[in-house]
Design a binder for this molecule. Structure first.
Ligand SMILES: [Zn+2]
Length: 454
């Protein structure tokens, strides 16, 4: 097992990428889902300033005031050579400062770790991709294929002012055959002491629905035999929560589990749809949740609005359900699952809104996969890439739908575990160690040189 943290010289790469992520964190581009939030133009300005003097031209795209994305390109010499897009988002989700040990927007460097919202999702990669791109340009790098760096707004909502917009309208600027974005690359010890490096090759879809439950209004002083929409909704919530969709042992799950080098007695039940759910009970809860989500359609009731006044029997409740779909599933499949979950209540429930954003996947028999594998082995000798399905959405989906191969990757030190990283995504006390920042920066430089030629 190679120890990347000691075999490579740090030098000023670490300082440069650390400084950049600290500034990105302090910009606090918090995206709460509203058009007026995010204000990523601050980080687009910061990055434009960072690229100044490097010889790279940057362009800016701002579909709504404040929602700016930045593109920096190193043009390839061969228009037929495949291009590579390194894409990081600049927005972050909100943080509740009362629950953090340090200021979530302070970007403080404490004991070799940078603290703050976005430290692992994904300002670490956004910063390291920028530093690698600038260093490549400064070194006179002239690739055959074009290298594009994209610092994109609005990933944490639906990408409407970021990747979705750019993929629809600005393909000349951001189009590429191959794309790398979040996340992956957290070293996991596998069998034989060799490290496994997960690569996100696909992601589940989301089908966010609003379900309306109706009743009959009346005076709440006489509730006997009334048709109370809130009471019906409570039973709807209970049935959705208790519903157990089938376990789907799909190809990516099988490759992931077999690739991780886990003991056979652990792997066998997790490849058997009849034993899968029982086997989860023996796992740490974070891992069980992840494994369950990888192999099931999930349905989570998350928001309820209903009722008008304490003394009125409610005639309407709107229930929002976060449904995450597996590869191949679309809205009619979701409707069928809901009908099964609701049973005899199905005709009391109307789906009044739905946003179906299907699952996407990329193949692994590609030149980019091979390049990532070669380069990763130069950092962690004997390591293996393992394909993995992301249970959440990333901006990769917009590019996969255009035919690009898109992976989620990065490279981390061994200071934090896979579990730590899972907890910190959108969680409290998010932070990243400076060795991981340096490793990712060096990774992007090496991948660009290996993959793009020149
Ligand atoms: Zn992210």
């Amino acid at each position: 097992m190679g120890d990347a943290t000691t075999t490579r010289a740090g030098g000023d790469v670490t300082g440069e990428v650390t400084d950049l992520i600290q500034h990105l964190i302090r910009n606090a581009c918090v995206n709460d889902g509203s058009v007026g939030s995010g204000f990523e133009v601050r980080s687009a300005d910061l990055l434009a300033g960072y690229f100044e003097g490097s010889g790279i031209d940057v362009e800016r795209y701002e579909p709504e005031p404040g929602r700016a994305s930045l593109v920096a390109r190193i043009e390839g010499s061969n228009p037929d050579a495949p291009g590579l897009l390194l894409m990081g988002h600049t927005d972050v989700v909100p943080a509740n400062a009362d629950r953090w040990r340090h200021d979530p927007f302070g970007g403080e460097l404490i004991d070799g770790e940078v603290w703050g919202r976005g430290a692992v999702d994904m300002l670490n990669l956004t910063a390291s991709m920028a530093v690698a791109t600038r260093r490549l340009a400064a070194s006179g790098f002239r690739p055959e294929g074009t290298l594009t760096y994209l610092a994109v707004a609005d990933e944490e909502a639906l990408g409407a002012y970021g990747a979705d917009h750019l993929a629809r309208h600005e393909l000349d600027a951001v189009g590429a055959d191959f794309v790398i974005t979040e996340s992956g690359g957290i070293p996991v010890p596998g069998g034989g002491g060799e490290l496994r490096l997960p690569v996100l090759v696909g992601e589940k879809g989301s089908c966010w629905c609003t379900l309306r439950i109706t009743g009959t209004p009346g005076h709440a002083s006489q509730p006997y035999a009334t048709d109370n929409a809130l009471v019906t909704a409570a039973e709807v919530v209970r049935r959705i929560a208790e519903y157990r969709p089938q376990t789907d042992i799909h190809a990516t799950w099988r490759r992931f589990l077999e690739g991780m080098g886990l003991p056979d007695e652990m792997v066998a039940p997790l490849l058997d749809p009849d034993r899968f759910v029982d086997a989860l009970a023996d796992l740490p809860v974070g891992m069980a949740r992840q494994f369950h989500a990888c192999t099931h359609t999930t349905l989570a009731p998350t928001v309820a609005h209903g009722g008008t006044k304490t003394n009125v029997i409610p005639d309407q409740v709107d229930l929002q359900v976060d449904i995450r779909t597996l590869p191949g599933q679309t809205l009619p499949d979701v409707q069928a699952l809901l009908a099964e979950a609701l049973g005899d209540l199905a005709d009391r429930v109307e789906m009044v809104d739905s946003h179906d954003d299907p699952s996407t996947e990329s193949p692994i028999d590609t030149p980019l996969w091979d390049a990532l594998d070669r380069v990763s082995k130069s950092f962690y000798s004997g390591s293996h890439l393992v394909p993995m399905l992301s249970v959440g959405a990333t901006d990769a989906r917009f590019f996969r739908r255009l035919g690009a191969t898109a992976y989620g990757f990065g490279l981390f030190s061994q200071k934090l575990t896979f579990e730590d990283f899972g907890r910190m995504f959108h969680g409290d006390d998010e932070r990243v160690d400076t060795d991981s920042l340096r490793l990712s920066t060096e990774l992007w430089e090496a991948v660009a040189r290996d993959f793009l030629g020149g």
